[in-house]
Design a protein around this ligand. Structure first.
Ligand code: KIV
Length: 291
């Protein structure tokens, strides 16, 4: 199969095509945390499309093609039905739209849990077909062997502990984690196992703040919080949450724009003008050349 991540400037809608920037690398991101200190916090946002990537790229260190695209893009009830084909298609689009950020693609549910070999087949496909720099997978101690297997074979991995949405059927919902001593200990142990296994960063999602801080102190690699703590080594949000595309606002989300209102208002004005036959106007129609 041919690679799909070359930028074709003649057909790209990049506007204008950005000047080439040197892309950050996994070792640079990993190196942001030295001896437990991260002087410059790591900025990560999700991206699912080329145009979204173009808009976010210069502001981010990492772009995550999250399997949250199941709910956000495809209207699915959870990330469980997301496929490797979906992740490959969106991953390639995000790589095409970015020049600067490290692009990480989520491994979808069912594509890696069975064995390290299954994980390698899925992850290598994502790297080959998208041009991404690495993958993210959910789970702690149970995934440590797989993480080592992938890293030793050239595939950088971000781990993901705490609230792991692919396990929604086991967890019974999306509530915050780490409220009991047993759960808190498990989250810290999971993070330590992933760190030792060679993960270059760990997403810490939906955990009570003291546990996010404890995890950050316990591991050598950077932690990236979402519903964690400002003391994590970086932060990630789902971009659509961050720009206000949805009515529901989870506690850990801060909205930096109200894009849903802007789109809805634009659609209402467009519909009004179509119905009034005031769109298209003379400026939007092709007129015969005056002879
Ligand atoms: O799928 C996703 O978008 C994620 C982030 C929320 C960390 O895993």
């Amino acid at each position: 199969m041919s690679t799909t991540f070359e930028l074709d400037t003649s057909t790209s809608r990049a506007n204008p095509t950005p000047a080439p920037m040197k892309r950050l690398t996994v070792p640079v991101i990993r190196g942001r945390k030295q001896d437990g200190v991260t002087a410059e916090p790591i900025v990560m946002l999700t991206a699912y499309t080329a145009r979204q990537a173009q808009l976010l790229d210069e502001h981010c260190d990492l772009l995550l093609v999250g399997d949250s695209l199941g709910q956000v893009v495809y209207g699915l009830p959870s990330s469980v039905p997301v496929t490797l084909d979906m992740m490959a298609a969106h991953g390639a689009a995000v790589v095409r739209g970015s020049y600067h950020s490290v692009v990480i693609v989520d491994m979808p549910f069912g594509a890696y849990e069975q064995s390290p070999e299954q994980a390698f087949a899925s992850a290598s496909r994502l790297l080959k077909e998208t041009g991404c720099a690495g993958v993210k997978l959910e789970g702690g101690e149970a995934m440590a062997e797989t993480v080592t297997f992938l890293v030793r074979r050239g595939i950088p991995v971000i781990g993901h502990v705490g609230l792991t949405p692919q396990a929604v059927n086991v967890l019974g919902g999306y509530n915050s984690r780490g409220r009991s001593e047993e759960e808190a200990k498990k989250i810290v142990a999971d993070a330590i196992a992933l760190d030792k296994a060679g993960a270059f960063a760990i997403v810490v999602e939906g955990v009570v703040e003291p546990i996010a801080v404890e995890v950050t102190k316990a591991v050598a690699c950077p932690t990236i919080g979402i519903g964690g703590s400002s003391q994590c080594d970086g932060q990630v949000l789902v971009t659509e949450d961050m720009v206000g595309m949805f009515e529901r606002v989870p506690r850990f989300v801060k909205r930096y724009a109200e894009v849903a209102d802007i789109i809805s208002d634009a659609a209402a004005r467009y519909a009004g003008e179509v119905r009034a036959r005031s769109f298209p106007g003379i400026e939007q129609t092709y007129q015969p050349k005056k002879s």
